[in-house]
Design a protein around this ligand. Structure first.
Ligand code: PLP
Length: 348
């Protein structure tokens, strides 16, 4: 693997930090309509929210243009990345993905004996789809694609990805993690969900943690062929009493709060442009990002950078990519980005 994350010996006390820009959260959430729905839902918390969860599932299905049996809900999309890994790799096999990419599904697959076949991203940090197709062999059980890709922020072209998924899913299921898709501006980036209309074996993951501003409320879903979802559900048979009542209500309301989503996208782009300007002035070579985070190479060891930032009350991520140290900073509020920029200025 080409990426190695850095961690401090002691976890910082997050409550004391002045800028929490390390986990790609949405600084503006939860959406006003979701806050109201949560308040109203509290008195229903003595009951299992089965009916409400079914209603949320159907609402999501309608939005995605599929029927309810194409949707599986989870406590965040991370929950479903893990469940998919446990189901698909219970008898071993290998998994093909880009490197760098988001490692959660891959780590769980490896933990139960699967082998990871990493395929380096291209020079522009998009997926090398040709090389990924070549990496598939008779033991490949899943291809994982994260688009836009974490931690690099790059997108892979919709047309190239559609062709790839359409053809390659005939051989092996393809998992497309679209956690950041709603934040994309300035690129043509469409969900792969339309491939389900052609009965393609794709699994699409979406989350309420990013544009919907509900990371701590834990709601996500996957959309796939009903037979694929049955296979995944079989592994967790009997379990899963669902999602917290408050979160179910919040998610349904968040979907209606289009103004909040549009505002998030706008403020994210503004704060990102402010960061770009300042990184440019300081001579940092950032990777253009279509998400709410940006990576750029730094000129000191990652752990030292991390420590210096935390000492200033700023949480970011530092990682080695291709043996060199990089910072991944999430886009917070403009004020948080100002704190980050001044910290960087003091350090260089
Ligand atoms: N997928 C990607 C690409 C992510 O970056 C994250 C979180 O940062 C997740 C999935 C999981 O998020 P959640 O479990 O909050 O939906």
């Amino acid at each position: 693997p080409m990426v190695r994350g850095h961690f401090l010996d002691q976890e910082p006390d997050l409550a004391k930090m002045v800028a929490r820009i390390g986990s790609n959260e949405n600084p503006y959430g939860p959406p006003p309509m979701a806050r109201k729905a949560i308040a109203e839902s509290i008195e229903k918390g003595n009951r299992y929210a089965r009916t409400e969860l079914k209603a949320l599932t159907d609402k999501i299905a309608a939005k995605e243009g599929v029927s309810g049996d194409y949707i599986m809900m989870g406590n965040g999309s991370g929950d479903l990345l893990e469940k998919t890994a446990l189901a698909v790799f219970k008898d071993g096999g290998n998994l093909v993905s880009a490197d760098p990419t988001y490692m959660s599904l891959i780590r769980v697959a490896e933990s139960i004996g699967a082998t990871w076949k990493p395929v380096p991203c291209k020079a522009d940090w998009s997926h090398d789809l040709d090389a990924m197709e070549k990496a598939i062999d008779k033991d490949t059980k899943l291809v994982y694609i994260c688009n836009p890709n974490n931690p690099v922020g790059a997108v892979t072209s919709t047309k190239a990805l559609t062709d790839f998924c359409s053809r390659v899913s005939e051989k092996v299921p393809i998992f497309i993690d679209e956690a950041y898709i709603e934040l994309v501006e300035g690129a043509d980036n469409k969900s792969m969900v339309s491939l389900l209309k052609e009965n393609k074996n794709v699994i699409i993951a979406r989350t309420f943690s990013k544009i919907m501003g509900m990371a701590g409320l834990r709601v996500g879903y996957i959309t796939a062929m009903p037979a694929t979802l049955d296979m995944i559900k079989k592994t967790a048979k009997g379990g899963g009493s669902g999602i917290a009542c408050t979160s179910v209500y919040a998610a349904s309301a968040a979907m209606d709060d289009v103004e909040f989503q549009n505002n998030t996208r706008k403020l994210n782009t503004e704060a990102k442009n402010y960061l770009y300007e300042n990184l440019k002035t300081m001579g940092y070579q950032y990777v253009p990002s279509f998400t709410n985070f940006v990576i750029f190479p730094i000129n000191m060891p990652g752990k030292e950078f991390l420590k210096k930032m935390v000492d200033k009350g700023i949480v970011i991520k530092a990682m080695d990519i291709r043996e060199k140290p990089w910072c991944r900073v999430s886009i917070g509020t403009k004020d948080e980005m100002k704190l980050f920029v001044s910290a960087l200025q003091e350090m260089s």
